[in-house]
Design a protein around this ligand. Structure first.
Ligand SMILES: [Zn+2]
Length: 211
C-alpha cells in the first residue's frame, strides 16, 4: 500500500471528513495485502492455493493442480520472498480478523477504526508476548525505519475518529519498547508527536492542532 494513500486517509479523518471512496480504496487495498500475506504463509507451511482455481495444492518440487496449473516451487517461492510476507501466528490472526471484519463493516467510522487498528498492530515476541516489529512494515511500502517515521508523522486532530488517538498513544508505547531500532526515535530530542501523544494520555495539557 503506497504511503500517500494512507497519508490522505489520515488527513481527511483529522478534518472530520469521511471520504468513503478513499476509505474503501485503502481498506480493500490493505485487505488484498493481508490476503497475500496469509497465502504466502500457508504456502511456506506446505499448502499453496492454486492461483487458477483456488484448490489447495501440496508443496512439492513441482506444484501440480488437478485443474492443470503447474509451477516449480522454486519459481513460486520467488514470487513471495523478500516481500515482507512472513510472520507468526499473532500477526496472521490480526490479518485474518481484518479480512473477515472489513467487508461487513457498516459505517465509515467502523471502517476507519478497523484500518487504524490494523496498521498500528505489532508482531509479538513469542516468549514474553511483548511487542516487536510493527505490522505496518508488512502492509505499507518502505523499510522499517521509514514506515515508523511515516506513521509518526500522520495527521490527527480534534475531529479525528474517536479512538484513533488512543490507538496512537498505545502504538507509541509499543514503539518505545524497541526505540533503538528506529532512526526517528533514536535521537535524544523530544519528538513533537510524543508530546501530542502524552497530551492524549492527559498527562500534558493539550496543545494546538498539528496540521
Ligand atoms: Zn487449480
Amino acid at each position: 500500500m503506497p504511503q500517500r494513500k494512507i497519508r490522505r486517509f489520515y488527513e481527511s479523518d483529522a478534518k472530520g471528513i469521511y471520504d468513503e471512496d478513499l476509505i474503501d480504496e485503502v481498506g480493500y487495498g490493505l485487505l488484498a495485502r493481508c490476503e497475500s500475506f496469509i497465502t504466502a504463509n500457508r504456502a511456506r507451511a506446505g499448502e499453496v492455493p492454486c492461483p487458477k482455481c483456488a484448490q489447495p495444492v501440496r508443496r512439492e518440487e513441482v506444484l501440480r493442480c488437478p485443474c492443470g496449473w503447474e509451477l516449480r516451487w522454486a519459481d513460486y517461492f520467488k514470487t513471495i520472498q523478500h516481500k515482507q510476507l512472513s510472520g507468526a501466528e499473532p500477526v496472521l490472526e490480526q490479518f485474518r480478523d481484518f479480512v473477515n471484519a472489513f467487508p461487513s463493516a457498516r459505517t465509515p467510522q467502523e471502517k476507519v477504526l478497523l484500518i487504524d487498528r490494523l496498521i498500528h498492530g505489532f508482531h509479538l515476541y513469542y516468549k514474553t508476548n511483548g511487542p516487536t516489529r510493527p505490522v505496518a512494515v508488512n502492509l505499507i511500502e518502505g523499510r522499517l525505519g521509514d514506515v515508523v517515521a511515516f506513521l509518526d508523522d500522520l495527521s490527527y486532530g480534534e475531529k479525528s475518529t474517536a479512538g484513533t488517538r488512543e490507538k496512537l498513544a498505545e502504538w507509541n508505547k509499543n514503539i518505545e519498547v524497541n526505540r533503538n531500532w528506529y532512526p526517528c526515535r533514536r535521537e535524544a530530542k523530544p519528538n513533537p508527536r510524543m508530546e501530542r501523544t502524552r497530551a492524549v494520555d492527559g498527562t500534558v495539557a493539550t496543545s494546538d492542532r498539528d496540521r
